[in-house]
Design a protein around this ligand. Structure first.
Ligand code: DOR
Length: 422
């Protein structure tokens, strides 16, 4: 048994507590005022630190699949190294692979390949034209239009027909309308080729489909102000929809990017205007956004130079969170969007994953909470230790980040995964 003593942040309170956990089972056994004398505490953190339940990123591209074709960009172990560097204890990997996981057999092949990342990675299944659900519950991802990879829809009719088979499932949407993208291919800049209108129209359609097929919907890497109004309206009708936002959409905007560095910031959906960034910050602050998710999407520097879309984000997750805290986002809210909501999202599929692997026997009640029975995963931040991001610090295989040159107010202090200090 080990004991940590730290100021702990949950969605309910911020308070100094002691946490006792079992290094062997990897589970938390007791939390509260345990009265363990200071000299018998194994890990003590002073008031400059905040401890959260292990943070989770529900949207990454770890690139590895059974073909191995994209392992030069990232693989499960390099993604795991970047996660650990950024204080992320678990992450959901997207299915836009050369061999996409779209049915039981292809999903299980990727799932078993992923065991090398000690189940810190979990997997979405893809939905493409005419696919059908797996025989057990998994998170699904749908690309409403072209982005990276071949798994996407070209029109609403085919998407509607396909989703009619996925009633009640958990589906995450990349919201960019294919016809609007097609109509803008000749525009001069990336943000103009993928305008806000593409996200707004796709959002309207995604909300319609979520309602029609009673889906548990999640809208990925939300980027603009416009669609937030549609989401509010749908929620008021009882539509079940959550939202992700990325660090880069909260931090950068077109008014402040240097024009000659645009390729380094190219992603789908694009970085938008200041008014969108401010609307996203406001929506995060008032509880309308459920997940801080990076969309970590590594491509080599040569590929970026040629104009390939995708930004990395795992290495800088913890540093970015210290910026949010300095911007006045409460630790309670941060606990919700970085730990508890990602934990809840993960935990609802554990029964399926348990049936695929005995590794899940050690997961207890799951991830995301500082409570007995949950996994002893902790992300400890030092809020007052400024960190200048340099390429040398990055563990992602591609060694670049949109945050290189940025100084965050704090950094990752320590990380614990399954009761082990990393
Ligand atoms: O910019 C992006 N890159 N957006 C996506 O939707 C996919 C991602 C990737 O896989 O590189």
């Amino acid at each position: 048994m080990k004991v940590i003593d730290a100021i702990c942040a949950t969605s309910l309170e911020v308070k100094r507590k002691q946490i006792r956990f079992d290094e062997n089972s990897g589970l938390i056994t007791e939390v509260g005022d345990l009265k363990v004398p200071r000299d018998q505490v194994d890990f003590y953190y002073d008031d400059s630190c905040l401890l959260f339940a292990g943070m989770g990123d529900v949207h990454i591209h770890a690139r590895e699949d059974v073909s191995g074709k994209n392992n030069y960009k990232e693989d499960f172990l390099s993604a795991l190294a970047a996660m650990k560097n950024g204080g992320v204890t678990h992450a959901g990997d997207m299915p836009n692979n050369p061999i996409p996981p779209i049915d039981n057999a292809s999903y299980e092949a990727k799932f078993h390949l992923g065991s090398k990342a000690h189940r810190c990675l979990w997997f979405y299944a893809g939905i493409g034209p005419n696919t059908r659900p797996l025989s057990y519950a998994v998170p699904y991802k749908v690309y409403m239009g072209p982005s990276i990879g071949e798994l996407y829809f070209k029109d609403l009719k085919t998407l509607d027909e396909t989703l009619s088979h996925y009633r009640g499932q958990h589906v995450s949407f990349h919201c960019e309308d294919p016809e609007i993208l097609e109509a803008h291919t000749k525009e001069a800049t990336h943000p103009e080729r993928r305008p806000v209108e593409a996200e707004t129209v796709a959002t309207r359609d995604a909300l319609m489909l979520i309602e029609k097929y009673n889906l548990k919907g999640k809208l990925c890497h939300y980027s603009s102000d416009e669609g937030l109004k549609l989401i509010r309206e749908a929620r008021s009708r009882g539509v079940n929809v959550s939202i992700e936002v990325t660090p880069q959409h909260l931090y950068f905007d077109l008014e402040h990017l240097e024009p000659d560095r645009m390729k380094a910031f190219q992603m789908n959906p694009p970085i938008r205007h200041q008014k969108d960034r401010e609307a996203l910050k406001a929506a995060l602050k008032n509880g309308e956004i459920q997940f801080l998710a990076t969309d970590h999407a590594p491509h080599t520097s040569e590929e970026k130079e040629k104009g390939t879309s995708g930004l990395t984000g795992l290495d800088t997750y913890a540093g970015f969170v210290t910026w949010l805290l300095a911007e006045g986002f409460s630790p309670e809210l941060i606990a919700k969007v970085t730990a508890e909501n990602p934990g809840d999202f993960h935990n609802q599929f554990m029964e399926s994953w348990k049936n695929l692997s005995s590794d899940y026997a050690s997961f207890g009640l799951g991830l995301g909470y500082l409570k007995p029975g949950f996994r002893a995963n902790f992300t400890v931040l030092n809020l007052h230790s400024p960190q200048l991001i340099t390429t040398e610090q990055l563990k992602t295989k591609v060694h670049h980040s949109p945050f290189v040159g940025v100084t965050f107010p704090g950094r990752l202090m320590n990380l614990f995964i399954q009761g082990k200090k990393i």
